[in-house]
Structure formats: C-alpha cells, structure tokens
Design a protein around this ligand. Structure first.
Ligand SMILES: Nc1nc2c(ncn2[C@@H]2O[C@H](COP(=O)(O)OP(=O)(O)OP(=O)(O)O)[C@@H](O)[C@H]2O)c(=O)[nH]1
Ligand SMILES: [Zn+2]
Length: 316
C-alpha cells in the first residue's frame, strides 16, 4: 500500500498528538500517549522512522496511527556494520551494561559498547551479575580490573541470591532516569527487568503479541516503566553480540577510551595513532612486568584491533 509523501519538519496539524515510542518491531511501533494509552503506529515514509525512546507527533486513523514527526533527539545509540545501521534507542540518560560471572563475557564486546555510548556522550554503568557463582565471579572481577579503575567502576550483583538488596542498589542508580540495559544472552537482563518492572513486562508482552499477530519473536526493543508515576524507565534491547562501530573513525577511538586518552597528550606527534610511533605516550604506559599498573595489555590490544577494523575501506 502506497503511503502519502512525508511532510516537512516545520509542518504541523491540530490533529497531531504527542507520544512516546515504547516498542518497535521492524517498521511498526507502539506509541504511548500522555494519557497512557497505547497505539500501534506506522511511519509515514522514511523520515518518520522512529525508534524506542523517541518523542513523536502522531495522528490517529481508526484504531491505529501514523507517525507524522519524530521530535529532535538528545542522542541515539546505534551500531553499524559493513552492511547496515541499527538503532538501539534514543534520548537515553544512561546505559547499563549487564554482564555475568557465567557465561564468560567478551571484553571486546564490553569495550565496543562503552565506546559507542561515549561517542554519543551517554553515561555508562557496568554491573557484574551472579556473584553467588563464586569462582567464575572472582575470575570475571579480576578481568574487569581496568574497568573498575576507569571512571565507571563496576557494580557487583546477585539478582537471584540477593534480589531485594540489588533492587535497592539499582533503584538509587536508576531513579528518575531512562536507562538502556545491554548485555550478552544469559547475563540476567530478563531477571533484572522482572525484578524492577514485573507489571510492565507482562503488559508489554501483550502488546508485542498484538504487533506480531501471534508470531513468536523476542528480537525487539522494549520500554518498561519501573514506577507508576512514570519517571523511571528501563529499555531492553537485543544486539549486544554484534556491536559494529563502523560509524566511528579510527582516530576518534583513543579519545573515546579513557585509559588510553589519559596518556595521549604525552605523544611526540599530535596525530599519533599509538600503534608504532616513536615517543608515543600511550605505548610507554602499556603495563608490563616492569611497569605494573599501566594501561591493561588487553585494553591496548582491543584498541589496536578496533583501529585496524575501522581503517578498512568502507562500503557505502
Ligand atoms: N546463579 C545465578 N543465576 C542467575 C542470576 N541471575 C540470573 N540468573 C540465571 O541466569 C539465567 C539467565 O538469566 P536471564 O535473566 O534469562 O538472562 P537474559 O540476559 O535475559 O538472557 P536472554 O534472554 O538469553 O537474553 C537464568 O537461568 C537465571 O535464572 C544470579 O544472580 N545468580
Ligand atoms: Zn601515541
């Protein structure tokens, strides 16, 4: 079915209403009205393609709606590989990266998600779940040493063994904010949203079903209100596993990695890549048996790998 042409951003109409995008499935999305009603909406052309967290103007048509305008975004967290760009969500206050003692997490994925958030100026929190699984937890905690030293710190959790304590700790960090929760499969994202927003999860499941007309799918991004007053929100999104950073230039990487950026000012050349240059302040600070406490070798290795990856010719 052909849709009418997109409207100019300056256009407006008395029939348009305010809304917040709380779920998206392909091109369709669910919009929540200020009266807390939920409406399935379709975009009008490419320009009104909305993502979860977007504030939109929409127009009702029978029992569904059309998105007429996406209001300007504060930020948009997305990933980009060689082929496509995929959005996680817009207008975020922070990103909570949830990893666990088991399954073993990928440090490269963790580093990628931190870099993507930093590129959008979005604050990040890291939580390590399953502290009740003692030995794997200790190993993971040790692997996180460079991240514990960086500004974010790491929050230890056991969502299964100490849910009440963890809920109280998390609420202090999340209250009044919109937080995107990212993490590998099995880390405990569902456990976390169930703990903090049990009612929201159930009502959103109904909506998702309606949207997919019964088809089973979990690959969608969803907004959950944590409180009845609608001040605190969690967004659950898949896609942590394939976190392409093709939208970032290689020379932008160092400024987005705080432990590397800290020493980049000491380099002899202003356009130092920190890979091989003489007089490089970063290379001089990579930790070794003679220089413990420097930049973690794994972080420096990830920097080099990402630099090489982002230096490949782009297919655009
Ligand atoms: N031991 C232990 N297990 C936990 C803890 N939190 C969650 N789990 C278990 O870990 C498994 C994965 O948890 P989920 O919440 O389903 O993880 P998820 O991140 O939503 O995983 P996907 O649905 O695959 O994305 C479940 O069997 C949970 O019961 C914890 O603190 N300790
Ligand atoms: Zn350098």
């Amino acid at each position: 079915m052909a849709r009418p042409r997109p409207r100019a951003p300056t256009e407006t109409s008395p029939a348009w209403r305010d809304g917040l995008v709380i779920a998206s499935h392909g091109r369709h999305c669910v919009v929540e009205t200020p009266e807390k009603e939920r409406v399935i909406c379709h975009p009008r052309g490419k320009k009104s393609q909305a993502v979860v967290g977007d504030r939109v103007r929409w127009e009702a048509s029978e029992d569904e709606g059309t998105i007429e305008q996406v209001l300007p975004r504060r930020n948009l967290l997305y990933r980009q590989d060689e082929i496509r760009t995929k959005s996680f969500a817009a207008n975020l206050d922070q990103v909570l990266i949830l990893i666990a003692a088991e399954p073993e997490f990928s440090e490269a994925q963790l580093a990628r998600s931190l870099i993507a958030a930093a590129a959008e100026g979005i604050n990040t929190l890291i939580a390590l779940n399953k502290s009740d699984v003692v030995e794997p937890f200790e190993r993971a905690w040790e692997r996180l040493a460079p991240y514990r030293r960086m500004h974010h710190g790491v929050l230890p959790l056991s969502l299964k063994a100490s849910p009440e304590v963890d809920r109280a700790t998390l609420m202090k960090l999340l209250a009044g904010k919109t937080t995107l929760v990212l993490g590998p499969s099995g880390a405990g994202k569902s456990t976390l949203t169930n703990l903090l927003a049990p009612h929201a999860r159930a009502s959103t499941a109904e909506i998702s079903q309606a949207l997919n007309s019964g088809k089973h799918t979990t690959t969608s991004t969803t907004w959950y209100w944590v409180d009845d007053a609608h001040t605190t929100a969690l967004i659950d999104s898949p896609g942590f596993q394939e976190f392409g950073l093709h939208h970032i230039e290689p020379m932008q990487l160092a400024p987005l990695m705080p432990d590397i950026a800290e020493h980049a000012g000491a380099c002899k050349f202003y356009n130092c890549t920190h890979l091989h240059e003489p007089g490089c302040g970063v290379i001089a600070q990579v930790a070794s048996p003679h220089h413990p406490g420097g930049i973690s070798p794994s972080r420096y290795r990830i920097y080099g790998e990402l630099f090489a990856e982002l230096s490949q010719p782009r297919h655009k």
